[in-house]
Design a binder for this molecule. Sequence first.
Ligand SMILES: *[C@@H]1O[C@H](CO)[C@@H](O)[C@H](O)[C@H]1NC(C)=O
Ligand SMILES: *[C@@H]1O[C@H](CO)[C@@H](O)[C@H](O)[C@H]1NC(C)=O
Ligand SMILES: [Mn+2]
Length: 401
Amino acid sequence: MKAIAILNLVLSAAIVVAHDGHHDDGSQMPLDYVRFPYQAQYPGDNTVTADSIFSGITTFARLPWVQCLGKDRSEAFDIAFIGAPFDTGTSYRPGARFGPAGIRAGSRRLTLYGGYNVPLDVNPFLSGLKIVDCGDIPVTPYDNKYAIKQIEDGHKELLHRKTYSPLGNDSLTGQPLIPVSKDGKHHPRVITLGGDHTIVLPLLRSIYSAYGAISVIHFDSHLDTWKPQVFGGAPSSQAAINHGTYFYWASQEGLIKNGSSIASHGAIRTTLSGPADYENDDDSGFQRIEAREIDTIGTDGIIKKIREVVGDKPVYLSIDIDSIDPAFAPATGTPETGGWSTRELRTILRGLDGLHIVSADIVEVAPAYDTNAELTTMAAADVLFEVMSVMAKTPLGKVQN
Ligand SMILES: *[C@@H]1O[C@H](CO)[C@@H](O)[C@H](O)[C@H]1NC(C)=O
Ligand SMILES: *[C@@H]1O[C@H](CO)[C@@H](O)[C@H](O)[C@H]1NC(C)=O
Ligand SMILES: [Mn+2]
């Protein structure tokens, strides 16, 4: 593999020489030629010119593409981006199956200047963690039951892969860290690009296999704990599993931590079938933060509420792009006005610094409804930049008591 790349380099160098040093000979650069963009070498750096951020094959943040579910099954990583292009659980606008491709396009500029996150004082790309883009889970658009199983299996396969980096020692005490998982293993983190919100049911089934019942931080303008009779009716057992009911089912299946280690919605502002929807939400184990609370308690107050609920427990983070106002993120399945700005959501996410976020997703990005300026896909990518920065700062370990 390496030998071939070197041979290619030698060959293209030979061709270049034959054309008086010009690069307009029509020969294609071998892919290995391009270093990761955050290691870019610009003209004047005396060797090669890195690919520009607007050219080449698009991966998330131009991270290396690893065929994690294909030929590269033996490759270890610490954080994997994976697409789940599923949108046949949608009640209103379809199109989130194009979310993974759209978010990748919106993420191209993330590493233009290197990727250093100023407020969090970390560069996730240079943190020593191996972060890769695994492409998409193959998902059939013809059979929801089958697709949901495919998503669970694909996610589980990545979650149970070996990590590239060891857990290391506690930065304060120097003691070795032990995993926060239930099975005692150190798992890589998976960031899933949805897809409509239904995908969180199979994702939580996968998470359960490593962490048991998990606390959830859920940013959304909707509850998504609706009973099937309330949300879309229940003409069949399959129709009963959709992007408004998956948390109801996750709760029924015992995938979500209830009681003291309760999960929390943020950004809620949907209309309801009636106040009983909130009782049902309580039963599913969620506390609520309403979108409008930001006007009274601000981002600091919201961060405080979330941290009080979650504590230092392992937590799964699910972000519905519709938590952001449609002024900033119009391209989504069920938009609701009166939401948070992109800046506010990013601030709140940075406020999760130090939490044990075991994996995360962003869902309901439907690029067909976006502006030509890629408002929504850019917002989705930038939101995930905050998430990966928080992850890079906090290892998934704790000190033995
Ligand atoms: C962690 O601490 C152990 C001693 O307890 C030491 O041998 C090891 O090198 C340390 N590892 C790192 C990554 O610092
Ligand atoms: C969660 O706890 C609440 C309050 O104790 C209870 O009413 C509800 O039934 C519980 N839900 C589940 C799914 O266990
Ligand atoms: Mn949702």
